[in-house]
Design a binder for this molecule. Sequence first.
Ligand SMILES: [Zn+2]
Ligand SMILES: [Zn+2]
Length: 440
Amino acid sequence: MTDNTTASRDSPTRTQKAVRWHPPSYDIRVEEIPIPEIQHPDDAIVKVSLAGLCGSDLHVYRGHGGANDVHVCGHEFVGHVVALGSSFSEPAVGRPILYSSLKLGDKVVSPFTSNCGECSACRIGYTARCPEGLLFGSPSLNGGQAQYLRVPKAGGTLFNLSDPTTWTSSMNEEQKKAALSHLADSSLLVLADILPTGVFAATQAINHPKVQPIITGKPWPLCFSSTTGNDISILEEDRIFTAAIVGLGPVGVCAAISLLDTVAGRNIPYRIVAIDPNASRREKMKAVVDKVLESDGKQGGEFAVVSIDEAKDKVKEWTNGVGCAAVLEVVGNPSALSFSYDLVRAFGVIVSVGVHGEPPLPFNGSAVYNKNVSMDFGRCPARAMFPLAFDLLVKRQDVFGGVGEPASLVDKIVTLSEAVESYRAFDKGEVGKVIFDPWN
Ligand SMILES: [Zn+2]
Ligand SMILES: [Zn+2]
């Protein structure tokens, strides 16, 4: 297989290695399957250089994902373009720029869902809910834990890391190029899901309308108007941004990094409590926060990493019993939501980015009424978040740059032959973020 031929056109029997899930649950197999082909003019075929194993893969693994069909797993991948559909062959006026500029051999990273880049949802930035979007690593679209995969609507979906002029950034073109020249693929892989999702959770929390009195120093609802003066004065203690992060897997850690970056950049006093029952996840969170605060300074804030048992007392102590202004729920089950509800203040916001399934939500009408609680649910529009995530990735190479160090997001890179054991160990919480190298 050379990098500039359409996969399998010259040899229909050509196969690749892929990690596939089989129903009903806990059945992962590494199998030889056909290399995908272009099916639509907007498709690209990507040769995968690295693919991530993610917490949301576990929903399917455990049989909770609503999936019934065998499919290639994984929704996080970095690779190179090896085939392009005919939409890419002409200047594509009025279409996303990649239809005009993406070339064979370009290095790409993809959000975990495809999206057209041309509909109202995509234009507005709600790319995760593009009506044409599909989730990689699901029965409707084979995933990235393979040597090759097909990317639909590739001009709207992919990011071309070989051409940084194709996305916006706080960096100029030279700075972007310089950054890209030293970013490892293992670092770029976090752009597929975990970093944009962490930034998404933090962005929703700190920009939520209910949080604005704390951020602006003006009481609600004057915080939204140019009117000045009020008969109630906000005190210094009211202006401390209090937040809890429930769940310290890789996305929870990314959310913490993003929150710390935002409060430091905007000089917001803060108290953040990060919570997980798993001691090794807490250790990782501590190592990351130490690293971040070592270079940024504390900026008038406090950050605690605690177990479930310690969390309520810590929040009570830090908020005078009021509760947190924002709770980031990064687990995706009813007990994590219920716990988040207990930690949030009245007029607070719960931002849930965990993947929720069939069980009913653990709230009734009076519970949500009595606390004036706001809730944000749902999938991160990873493509829209990409520019912010890329800038943070470059800035925080102290945590995103390494592999297997105490403060690294990525714990290890393994071969596809270790997939079965990696799923098992990840499911049991015995390892952190694992990445597959499908060519080793
Ligand atoms: Zn993921
Ligand atoms: Zn769309």
